[in-house]
Design a protein. Structure first.
Length: 317
């Protein structure tokens, strides 16, 4: 923090009532100016935007500094002190600009670490994750938009400008970006795993089935159609989805659990997993049996199971 006091000459003090001017250059992006008891606080951005307008006279010199309300006039017969104040402000602004550049680049890293793999179609961008990211990116843009032009002049770095501009394009129209990027990712994945989807069942999967496999939201609902029964492709999608998750590296076999209401359906899934995927590590189970397993492991005792659970004929009566 640096302090300066600019005293008017006795002539201007007596005949023009020019007050003493006190200037403080802070370490927190501010220049404090006191003129005759009135305080003014200017952000460094004002000096970047407007600078200082200088006028030399015969008996005195006056400088104007723009503020939000009106220009602040600093008058002194001592040209050296004015130049010294200007130089110190310029040094402080330049130093702060360097600090802002470093801070901006550091804050850009975590935002880019999420979006760059998405732009490269490396993984699926879940809707909830995108909405959180978009809020963070919008906050980043709001914080740094006023500084961008000065960063470009200081850095002379076209790459930094392009990175910021790309981010701005996404934030300005997030829905268009999201929908377009998701379409491109899905098309890329369907093509990339074409061999899997062609051979995972006795017949190649349909386009709709393939899309259902690569969409990877936190919660996914796949509808087979009203009244869809055997042969509608429900199990085929579940088998293919499991194969895709493993082959793409999204999940390990031990992290996948497939559930069915009927034991017959669960047994069929297990058979097809082994036959089509060649893996016995992915397990299919009924809701009842997985519930019983959880109770066994949590209570360390096996609960009694009603006969209705295993006797379909008895259950129907």
């Amino acid at each position: 923090m640096k302090h300066f006091s600019i005293e008017p000459t006795w002539f201007f003090k007596v005949f023009f009532s020019h007050p003493t001017i006190k200037i403080t250059i802070t370490d927190t992006d501010r220049v404090l100016i006191n003129i005759g008891g009135s305080d003014f606080e200017l952000d460094y951005l004002y000096f970047l935007n407007y600078g200082i307008t200088k006028r030399k006279g015969c008996f005195s010199h006056d400088w104007k500094i723009m503020s939000l309300s009106k220009p602040l006039k600093i008058i002194s017969s001592n040209l050296n002190i004015l130049y010294k104040v200007e130089g110190e402000i310029a040094l402080a602004v330049d130093s702060q600009l360097n600090n802002k550049i470093i801070q901006c680049q550091n804050e850009l890293v975590p935002i880019e670490s999420i979006i760059l793999p998405i732009l490269g179609l490396e993984r699926y961008f879940q809707r909830a994750e995108f909405e959180r990211w978009n809020l963070d990116a919008a906050d980043f843009i709001d914080q740094w938009l006023g500084w961008l032009s000065y960063f470009e002049d200081k850095l002379d770095d076209i790459q930094f400008s392009n990175r910021y501009t790309k981010l701005l394009e996404i934030v300005n129209d997030p829905e268009e970006f999201y929908e377009d990027n998701q379409r491109r990712f899905i098309a890329s994945e369907v093509n990339k795993y074409k061999s899997l989807f062609d051979k995972v069942e006795s017949k190649p999967l349909t386009e709709s089935q393939r899309i259902a496999c690569v969409i990877n939201e936190k919660n996914n609902l796949v509808l087979a159609g009203a009244g869809a029964g055997a042969g509608s492709g429900k199990i085929s999608v579940m088998i293919a989805k499991s194969g895709y998750l493993v082959e793409s590296g999204i999940a390990k076999p031990s992290e996948i659990l497939m559930l069915a209401f009927a034991k017959k359906a669960a047994d069929e899934m297990n058979e097809r997993i082994i036959k089509r995927l060649g893996s016995a590590d992915i397990k299919a189970s009924t809701f009842h049996s997985i519930g019983k397993l959880i109770l066994n492991e949590s209570r360390l005792v096996s609960p009694n199971v009603s006969a209705f659970a295993t006797d379909d004929k008895l259950f129907v009566k």
